[in-house]
Design a protein around this ligand. Structure first.
Ligand code: SAH
Length: 430
């Protein structure tokens, strides 16, 4: 498919015919590859006259809507613009061609990460992207020469009005989900706002602290069953972990996460490692090193916890856990001590929760230098492998890692064990 041709037709048929004449807006739309902002499967539809799903229950806006909102800002070229709701990043990219700097906020970290990668790919250097709740605006960069909100608010959020420069406009869809109006509010010299209704529209909801509780609530969340509540809590921690990728503290956060995960924290560092490596493939191996280092040190803490706490809780375990006898404990402990390196290695390389084994290593008091060595080797191997895959295969590797990597490392481990057993058996019969 010839995307350039599709794009020209889109601009002619959907935008110019509907009376958008601002040449700079038309030019920006002509040079922005909209198909890059949707999933591969949707690319044939990227230039159609519609909004499209981008995952996480969000959408990329219809081209005509993007053009209308952009034109409504009345841009000259020197503006600093705030966008709320980065989503796919398409609107951001259009703006970045037309103004001096775009500040954009997205609440869903995975969408922000994807947008960031496309900005890098297109070498859009005048975009500042941040993950978080955009309903409070971006105070330390205010005032803005224009604010554009690409999610529907129940009412006009006053924060946005406060962050507008004199003469600047806020473009925002307002109203209940099924009948929103696109508004333009312009700050006048005397500190008041002129209000214009531009057109009817339909946007996904703006969700955040500063929007009314009734209309702005997440429709998806209202209907979740109790079972899903649990996942959404973990999902929230997961999103929180991911949001560090977009801050200047991403690498320290990765070290701390890897450290914490080796003894108590539930989210594996791979999550952040993947996000960072995709955003900056050239640094992928450095990130892997940071994760391996943090994880090994955290493992030592896990070991210390097991070592120190066991004497306190051992009696409880022996008394209250059926079948958990000192004899069994001794047996497992002997095995652990005998295969110390390989047990820690196996746990460090595969998705077996690492903390279980770091703590167990302390409980059974296995040889500490061997424990550290096995941790360092297995954690490095694991994280380097992840980083290398991402560096080499980019986004394709991400899908693969998320789907099969854990399974694969487990299978490798099982094959290894089977091979060892066979080998031993073979040696015995010699
Ligand atoms: N301009 C985007 C539109 C995406 S849809 C595009 O064309 O692709 C709106 C986006 O707003 C969603 O990604 C949603 O996650 C985001 N959003 C909703 N409430 C938000 C908030 N309070 N702060 C930041 N982003 C928000």
């Amino acid at each position: 498919m010839d995307y350039a041709v599709a794009r020209r037709r889109m601009v002619e048929n959907q935008i110019m015919r509907r009376n958008i004449t601002d040449q700079s807006v038309l030019d920006a739309m002509l040079k922005t590859p909209r198909h890059l902002f949707v999933d591969e499967g949707l690319r044939p539809h990227a230039y159609s006259d519609a909004s499209l799903p981008i995952g996480e229950k969000q959408t990329i806006s219809q081209p005509f809507m993007v053009a209308s909102m952009t034109a409504a800002l009345g841009l000259q070229g020197q503006e600093r613009i705030l966008e709320i709701g980065t989503g796919s990043g398409y609107q951001t990219a259009i703006l970045s061609h037309l103004v001096s700097r775009v500040y954009t906020i997205e609440r869903i970290a995975s969408l922000a990460g994807r947008a960031r990668r496309i900005f890098d790919q297109l070498s859009l250097t005048n975009v500042n992207l941040k993950v978080g709740d955009g309903t409070i605006g971006w105070l330390d960069q205010a005032p803005f020469d224009g604010i554009i909100v690409t999610a529907g608010a129940p009412d006009v959020p006053t924060e946005f009005l406060d962050q507008l420069a004199v003469g600047a406009a806020l473009i925002v869809p307002v109203g209940p989900q099924d009948r929103q109006v696109l508004l333009r509010l312009t700050r006048t010299e005397d500190g008041r706002f002129s209000r214009e209704e531009l057109m009817d529209c339909r946007f996904v909801p703006l969700i955040g602290e500063k929007v009314g509780p009734t209309m702005g609530s997440d429709n998806g969340r209202v209907s979740v069953s109790p079972g899903e509540e649990g996942t959404s809590r973990i999902k929230r921690i997961y999103d929180w972990v991911l949001s560090w990728a977009e801050t200047p503290y991403a690498v320290p956060a990765l070290v701390v996460l890897a450290f914490a995960e080796a003894s108590f924290f539930p989210i594996p560092p791979d999550v952040l490692l993947i996000a960072l490596s995709l955003a900056r493939p050239q640094n992928a191996l450095r990130y892997a090193f940071a994760a391996a280092l943090g994880s090994t040190c955290g493992g030592i803490l896990g070991y210390a916890i097991g070592y120190g706490l066991w004497t306190l809780v051992a009696d409880w375990f022996f008394t209250y856990i059926p079948g958990f006898t000192p004899a069994l404990f001794q047996q497992v402990g002997d095995l652990f001590v005998r295969y110390d390196f390989w047990t820690v290695f196996a746990a460090g390389f595969t998705p077996i929760p690492y903390k279980v084994f770091t703590i167990a290593a302390g409980v059974f008091k296995i040889n500490l230098p061997i424990f550290i060595l096995a941790s360092l080797v297995s954690r490095s191997l694991r994280f380097y492998l992840v980083a290398w895959l991402l560096r080499r295969y980019g986004d394709r590797a991400r899908a693969f890692i998320e789907r099969y990597f854990n399974l694969l490392t487990l299978v490798v481990l099982i094959l290894l064990v089977v091979a060892l057993v066979f080998w031993k058996f073979f040696l015995h019969t010699q």
